[in-house]
Design a protein around this ligand. Structure first.
Ligand code: ADP
Ligand code: ADP
Ligand code: ZN
Length: 244
């Protein structure tokens, strides 16, 4: 099923015809530092190619709202800008990928963030005769990342991303896509954003090396208008389907 896409985009359904006609599963990992545009792009592109967008940060934000010790623990890691430990992260994400709506394909956003998570993902999928078809790395310079994070607004209901300057909603405070209310994340302060970028360099850049060594990584320039980046991502995913 292809979900209706209502956001502004240069893409059309017919432009992704070959993916849909073949009805093939396509599993994509979208890498990139905090603020690179993973959430913005993954939602749009997942709708277009008819797969499910899975964002580990969204899963943890939902978990953190529960009334439990585990929720408080997760919230503490997030507020500091630290990663949640691998065991818990792998369990939460794999449980999501095992749901029926992920069997026809998914775009993973925010996971894996450590080499341990990347290995666990490969291992767990191969046990189920599944695999990652395409790994895409969104490349954006650090000063742009900080500017993006400090102006980010998110929809409470559908998790769509907006920016107060770069991509404001049509109606202030309201989501274009679903009408939900927008909020700013507690961890999008300049101090925590800088910490998250350091954690990214230390723990997540080695994941890029892991995938690059296996010639599984494609770089995409994310420092362009949203529609141009979407088009480049669509092309990258199309190419991976053609290669199968
Ligand atoms: P961003 O969109 O800014 O990259 P996310 O929403 O993906 O941030 O993640 C927010 C926070 O959730 C992270 O700082 C971390 O605490 C936690 N988190 C998300 N994904 C992972 C992961 N794969 N491993 C560990 N922690 C994670
Ligand atoms: P990530 O999920 O990688 O952390 P987001 O998709 O949440 O990143 O985007 C971070 C911020 O940057 C949001 O405010 C979003 O509106 C904005 N943004 C995303 N892509 C672009 C772009 N190509 N140009 C300008 N701003 C962008
Ligand atoms: Zn919304």
């Amino acid at each position: 099923m292809v979900a209706a896409h209502t956001g502004a985009s240069v893409l059309t359904r017919s432009s992704v015809g070959p993916i849909l006609e073949r009805g093939n599963v396509v599993n994509v990992v979208l890498m990139g530092p905090p603020g690179a545009g993973k959430g913005t792009q993954a939602g749009t592109v997942a709708d277009l190619v008819g797969v499910t967008h899975v964002a580990s940060g969204d899963l943890f934000r939902e978990l953190a709202q529960q009334d439990s010790e585990l929720a408080q623990l997760v919230q503490a890691y997030m507020n500091r800008g630290d990663l949640v430990p691998d065991d818990l992260t792998v369990a939460v994400v794999m449980d999501r990928l095992d749901q029926p709506d992920c069997q026809n394909g998914f775009i993973l956003d925010g996971f894996p963030r450590t080499v341990g998570q990347a290995r666990a993902l490969d291992r767990r999928l191969s046990e189920e005769s599944r695999r990652i078809d395409q790994i895409i790395n969104l490349v954006v310079p650090e000063d742009t990342l900080l500017a993006r994070l400090s102006g980010r607004w998110l929809c409470r209901r559908c998790h769509s991303s907006y920016h107060s300057l770069f991509s404001p909603p049509t109606w202030p405070g309201l989501c274009n896509r679903c009408g939900g209310t927008l909020y700013q994340r507690d961890d999008d302060t300049l101090q925590t954003a800088k910490r998250r970028l350091r954690v990214y360099e230390r723990d997540t850049m080695p994941v890029l090396d892991y995938y690059r060594a296996a010639e599984r990584l494609v770089d995409v320039d994310g420092d362009r208008p949203v529609g141009e980046v979407s088009e480049a991502l669509r092309e990258a995913i199309m190419t991976s389907r053609m290669d199968v």
